[in-house]
Design a binder for this molecule. Structure first.
Ligand SMILES: Nc1ncnc2c1ncn2[C@@H]1O[C@H](COP(=O)(O)OP(=O)(O)OP(=O)(O)O)[C@@H](O)[C@H]1O
Length: 293
């Protein structure tokens, strides 16, 4: 397990990462979400030891992370690490060798990955000759090349079309299935909601929400949709109910307690047939707006 404990990093007067703590559990996809400048990249650089914290620490399996541990992490940096003018396969082989793989093994692993990513025909091409989406695939291949024990990926899915996202996710799932913790940052909330087990939301350098998608939804205000055969105007002013949206026979409401939920249901039935009554699934984008406000 990767633990980020009370990390703080300042740049002059700016506190880019402010007492940030969270965990990335084995075998889990943890999405790291936050607006521009929230501190995601800085946190990832601190995890990788590319920046030093002003305070706080990073633990790997309960002990302070070492250079040897980090050498076994797969990292996809924001600035991307590969050379545009070098052939794709050579770069992956070189990376594998840097991580201690014998040449032959590195070459086999690189070729296997590139074929897997649909780039079998492009192995000898310079990176810059590939489309942006394919360059991104190669960057992901580089991060997973040396059988990483932990993956730290800065915006791995940006610039990928939906099919490519699913393809990359399938590849990364092979690592989580083996217990590898994966932390990835993203601006694409719908994608994070769909792919992640856990989510960390960062705003102005601080963690403002942390948990599974279900936990975040439950922690927020619970909303219900009601559809009736008669007008629902009576909901306005009903005790324990906040009307969020009302359109004749259909309403979105929030209950302040379980008792008011039952009271409204009884009242609705007494006034006419109720066609729908149940909690609505809130999109992550809504929760995000709430916690980053
Ligand atoms: N080396 C640096 N020197 C000075 N300020 C920095 C440095 N690196 C980051 N910052 C500042 O720290 C804050 C957090 O930046 P960071 O890149 O970590 O955010 P982010 O969440 O990754 O944003 P984005 O989604 O835009 O990439 C920003 O205000 C940024 O300008």
């Amino acid at each position: 397990m990767l633990e980020i404990k009370n990390l703080t990093r300042r740049f002059g007067d700016l506190t880019a990462v402010d007492d940030v703590s969270f965990e990335v559990d084995p075998g889990k996809f943890t999405g790291f979400v936050g607006g521009n400048g929230a501190g995601k990249t800085t946190t990832m650089r601190l995890v990788m030891g590319l920046l030093q914290p002003n305070s706080g620490e990073v633990l790997w399996h309960g002990a302070p992370v070492t250079a040897a541990d980090r050498a076994q992490f797969g990292y996809m940096p924001e600035e991307r690490g590969l050379y545009p003018k070098q052939p794709v396969r050579n770069q992956l082989v070189y990376l594998g060798e840097l991580h201690g793989m014998p040449h032959r093994e590195a070459r086999e692993a690189a070729e296997h990955l590139l074929r897997r990513f649909g780039l079998g025909e492009r192995m000898r091409d310079k990176l810059e000759k590939l489309s942006l989406g394919n360059q991104q695939r190669v960057q992901i291949a580089a991060a997973v090349m040396a059988n990483p024990k932990c993956l730290i990926l800065d915006e791995p899915f940006s610039g990928l079309d939906p099919d490519a996202v699913d393809e990359m996710f399938t590849v990364l799932s092979e690592f989580t299935a083996r217990g590898v913790p994966v932390l990835f940052s993203s601006h694409q909330l719908d994608l994070v909601e769909r792919l992640c087990d856990d989510i960390i939301i960062l705003a102005k350098g601080r963690v403002v929400a942390n948990g599974s998608v279900e936990q975040l939804r439950e922690a927020g205000q619970s909303q219900h949709r009601i559809r009736s055969e008669v007008d629902l105007g009576w909901l306005r002013g009903f005790p324990g109910v906040q009307v969020l949206d009302l359109d004749g026979r259909e309403a979105h409401v929030a209950f302040t307690d379980v008792a008011s939920e039952q009271a409204v249901l009884h009242e609705a039935i007494s006034r006419g047939a109720v066609r729908a009554f149940g909690p609505t699934v809130r999109p992550l984008s809504e929760i995000y707006r709430e916690v980053t406000r």
